[in-house]
Design a protein around this ligand. Structure first.
Ligand code: MG
Ligand code: ZN
Length: 223
């Protein structure tokens, strides 16, 4: 009997992911899986995003890292509920880890669940966590060739965020190349240039989040 181990692992993962999605739909939560290389600014983005949402909107965060609780500590005080998942040697979050994380969060009244994945441009894209949407970050200092080199990360993105654009003038960076490469792999995701540091582009990102929240509420009410 031929057994494809990778495929069966992913199949088991997908069943848990479906259950995660069902739980989040039941709670009326919009879940966003945030993915990028290490250091692209996922945590920095959340530090600025959560306080900028509407005052009545509550956020929960699951943050994945191999070690340390540093990112959770950075976000403490911002989110209503936050859980750090240490993956040890694991280079991506799994649906099971997210399910355990959901057990530790109080989802009641939560509008947005941000899942900060382990910094990695390869395997997180292949693993469904039960999220509704995927935000993929690409920071200017990483270079303008990353979309072409790691297309599988950008293909399933719901939104692509070009971060640290405040550094554009300091580096040799061909922004047009990024737009061209994105247009080859993903024609539906908006590409938003932003800098959490200067605030540039944050309004567009926040408006995108609110529009997704609005659409999710309509779909969750209809089902
Ligand atoms: Mg982080
Ligand atoms: Zn991995």
């Amino acid at each position: 009997m031929k057994i494809n181990v990778v495929e069966s692992v992913l199949k088991a993962n997908d069943a848990v992911a479906r259950e995660n999605r069902r739980r989040m739909d039941a709670a009326g939560v919009l879940a966003i899986n945030i993915m990028s290389a290490p250091g692209s600014g996922k945590t920095a983005l959340l530090e600025k995003t959560i306080p900028a949402l509407k005052p009545e909107q509550l956020c929960a965060v699951l943050v994945g890292d191999l070690q340390t609780t540093r990112d959770a500590e950075r976000l403490e005080g911002n989110a209503a509920s936050i859980t750090q998942i240490n993956t040890g040697r694991g280079c991506h979050l799994s649906a099971t880890q997210v399910a355990e994380g959901l057990d530790s969060l109080d989802l009641k009244g939560i509008d947005f669940l941000f899942i900060e994945n382990v910094g990695n441009m390869v395997c997180p894209a292949a693993v469904d966590l039960g999220e509704h949407l995927r935000a993929v970050l690409l920071s200017v200092p990483e270079g303008d060739d990353k979309v072409a080199k790691y297309p599988t990360l950008f293909q399933p993105a719901s939104v692509i965020l070009l971060t640290k654009v405040d550094l554009l003038g300091l580096l040799d960076y061909e922004r047009d190349k990024v737009y061209e490469d994105v247009s080859r792999v993903n024609t539906s995701a908006p590409l938003i240039e932003l800098s959490p540091k200067t605030g540039q582009g944050m309004d567009r990102w926040l408006a995108w989040l609110q529009e997704q929240r609005r659409q999710r509420a309509i779909e969750q009410n209809a089902s």
